[in-house]
Design a binder for this molecule. Structure first.
Ligand SMILES: Cc1cc2nc3c(=O)[nH]c(=O)nc-3n(C[C@H](O)[C@H](O)[C@H](O)COP(=O)(O)O)c2cc1C
Ligand code: SF4
Length: 626
């Protein structure tokens, strides 16, 4: 391919980091030493190179992890190796918040400033970081931080880190060989100051994954979490692990799908699509190969249920993926894992490696003809990549911009092939369905919402954490179990894309139909509690800023609408409206309807939901004047 490469030269460390991911260069055409006799007669590129494009993001991540940022020389070397035009690679690198195209120090402390952390000590941590380290580094491709010293730690704001049950949270990234990443909870101002002074980050907050209901015999999805060693295949097998896979192989692909359909399981990733129908649609596609993707991007503010399954019971996800692949004819599976979960990455990779070594993955699963393997792809800091088609783009090495549908993923997903995408929690449900049958599974919950559901309780509750409850359980009862504050003012149900409910309206059944009747959504299972000590308007402003920041910018209603929405809210909060409060509310409504009706994907379509409920149900932002 004829591309104009950059003149900047990579350092030895950058070259080594890229080669560790891509392998050594094969010739002078892709970054190796030029051997005239050979290289002048051969051309490497074209189709073979295009097929390696999906390695672009892992190669950029390797640079980031080794030196802390992506220099022009490093970027140029990746482009040479993969024959990707530098402008395009730069477009990809600048899309992801955890990739830096201007110099950053080796250590960066990413501080969660989202709704779950800010009122739980986050503000104090932020003040300490500000005093000790100066202003936060911004994710700017403009190079405004060119003077940062590589050895002086810096800090950045981060959207929700998925550790709301141990707020306030920070993610520490130390570039090097090896790079170190730690997610830390219950961070104090002293700890924050020490991290900026270079102190070792200590153990990951999730090293001992526990759930508030640990030991409760009624648990299904969480029953092994905190009880069975998540790093041991033997322990998993002793606790009944891998009996579901054996049963699935007996049932056959169609038998498994029949049970999943009978269970009436619906997706837990937010859209509640019937899982059996999706599996059948993938199984019957004639195009090959079929791909399986476990969506573990979990970036919805307030959500941390998948993290608990991934760190507390990783073999279950590997087993469930193997069953899903068997039923739908997939030979290759990806786990798209959010970058902010380093321990989940370690545990899951350990589970995959153990399973492969034991013949539970690979060329001949359990000695039979079924072949399947799993690869982890880590996100790079982009909420939108949880949207399934944006996720495909990201795996393919592109900016995470959603595709228009149709075609639907079951027909044309990653690499243009039939693709099954399921959420982590959805997959976890497959094990009890296969073991005990779809009918037994459907006996729990309600007629339309079967089984149990994981809920992420955080905020003003005494016992935050992930709770498992049968569908139909009342929200009020769940709040009581978690010890919600007697001064509770509101609940954010379903996440940033969900709705606020006033405290008086929490006596509703937690089922899909119950939520619909109450004009709300269960979304990703977020139940965030706010009491009267908290500034609810500030929380709504943070949610609006989140959507503005995370919009991929591809379609106008969302790109412009999320900005205009935030501006109107700030005017209302400051009491400096244009034309009065009612006029601003009318404008918000107009923007919200345009975003809902004309955006390509769910991000734009739900960006007004929490704002609308804050205005109409909580009656916030009433203090404005013309
Ligand atoms: C902006 C946005 C973010 C999303 N993030 C996630 C996510 O982090 N995890 C997830 O499983 N689904 C997420 N989804 C939903 C996925 O697009 C998809 O519906 C889901 O992974 C399908 O799996 P399920 O049928 O098992 O729910 C997101 C959707 C949107 C619009
Ligand atoms: S709705 Fe927003 S996030 Fe989704 S494609 Fe459009 S601009 Fe991107």
């Amino acid at each position: 391919m004829d591309i104009r490469l950059l003149d900047a030269v990579p350092s030895e460390a950058e070259r080594a980091a890229v080669d560790a991911v891509l392998g050594a260069p094969a010739s002078g055409w892709d970054g190796g030493a030029r051997v005239t006799a050979r290289d002048s007669h051969l051309a490497y590129g074209g189709r073979a190179m295009r097929e390696r494009r999906h390695e672009l993001v892992p190669a950029l991540q390797a640079l980031q992890a080794r030196v802390g940022w992506i220099s022009e020389g490093g970027l140029g070397y990746v482009c040479e190796r993969l024959q990707v035009p530098p402008a395009e690679a730069w477009g990809v690198a600048t899309f992801y918040a955890l990739l830096a195209t201007s110099p950053r120090p080796r250590r960066v402390v990413h501080m969660c400033d989202d709704v779950g952390c800010r009122d739980k000590g986050g503000r104090e941590v932020e003040a300490a970081l500000l005093a000790a380290g100066g202003s936060a580094v911004a994710h700017e491709p403009s190079g405004t931080h060119m003077n940062l010293d590589a050895n002086t730690p810096a800090w950045m704001h981060s959207p929700c880190l998925g550790l709301c049950d141990r707020a306030p949270a920070v993610l520490v990234t130390d570039a090097g060989d090896p790079a170190v990443e730690r997610l830390l909870g219950h961070v104090t101002p002293d700890v924050a100051r020490a991290l900026l002074a270079g102190a070792a980050p200590g153990a990951d907050a999730l090293a001992n994954t526990v759930v508030p209901q640990v030991g409760d015999p009624s648990l299904v999805l969480l029953r092994r979490v905190g009880v069975v060693d998540p790093t041991s295949l033997d322990a998993y097998r002793d606790a009944g692990g891998y009996t579901a896979l054996a049963r699935a192989l007996q049932l056959g692909a169609e038998g498994v799908i029949a049970e999943v359909t009978a269970s009436k399981l619906v997706g837990r990733g937010g859209a509640a699509f019937p899982t059996g129908r999706k599996w059948e649609a993938v199984r019957t596609q004639s195009a090959t190969p079929h791909y399986l993707i476990c969506n573990a991007d979990e970036s919805e503010p307030g959500t941390f249920k998948d993290r608990v399954l991934l760190t507390g019971d990783p073999f279950a996800i590997v087993e469930a993926m193997t069953i899903a692949a068997f039923a739908t004819g997939c030979e290759h599976g990806f786990v798209y894992l959010r970058a902010e979960y380093p321990l989940a990455n370690e545990r899951l990779q350990g589970a995959i490696d153990h399973a492969r070594a034991a013949g539970l993955l690979g060329e001949s699963v359990l000695g039979g003809e079924f072949r399947f393997d799993i690869e982890i792809r880590r996100g790079a800091g982009a909420y939108i990549c949880g949207e399934e088609t944006a996720l495909f783009e990201s795996i393919e090495g592109k900016r995470g911009e959603p595709r228009s549908k149709p075609p639907f993923p079951v027909q044309s997903g990653v690499f243009g092939k039939p693709t099954l995408v399921n959420n982590v929690e959805t997959l976890a449900n497959v094990l009890p369905i296969v073991l005990h049958g779809g009918a037994a599974f459907a006996a729990t919950g309600t007629e339309q919402s079967t089984g149990t559901r994981l809920f992420c309780l955080s905020g003003a509750v005494e016992r935050p954490g992930v709770y498992e409850a049968p569908f139909g359980t009342s929200l009020k009862a769940l709040l009581h179990t978690a010890g919600a504050s007697p001064r509770m003012r509101a609940v954010l149900l379903g996440g940033a894309a969900g709705t606020f409910l006033p405290a008086a309206d929490t006596d509703i059944p937690l089922s899909l139909e119950g939520a619909r009747a109450a004009e709300t959504t269960l979304g990703s299972g977020v139940v965030m509690v706010f009491d009267d000590s908290q500034d609810l308007e500030a929380a709504v402003l943070r949610i609006a800023a989140f959507f503005r920041d995370e919009s991929c910018g591809q379609c106008v209603p969302c790109r412009v609408g999320t900005v205009r929405q935030e501006e109107a809210l700030h005017r209302l909060a400051r009491g400096k409206t244009r034309g009065g409060t009612e006029a601003e509310f009318a404008l918000l409504e107009e923007i919200g309807v345009a975003m809902r009706d004309a955006s390509i994907c769910g991000l734009g379509q739900t960006a007004y939901a929490a704002v609308e409920s804050a205005v109409k149900r909580l009656h916030l932002f009433q203090g404005g004047t013309a």
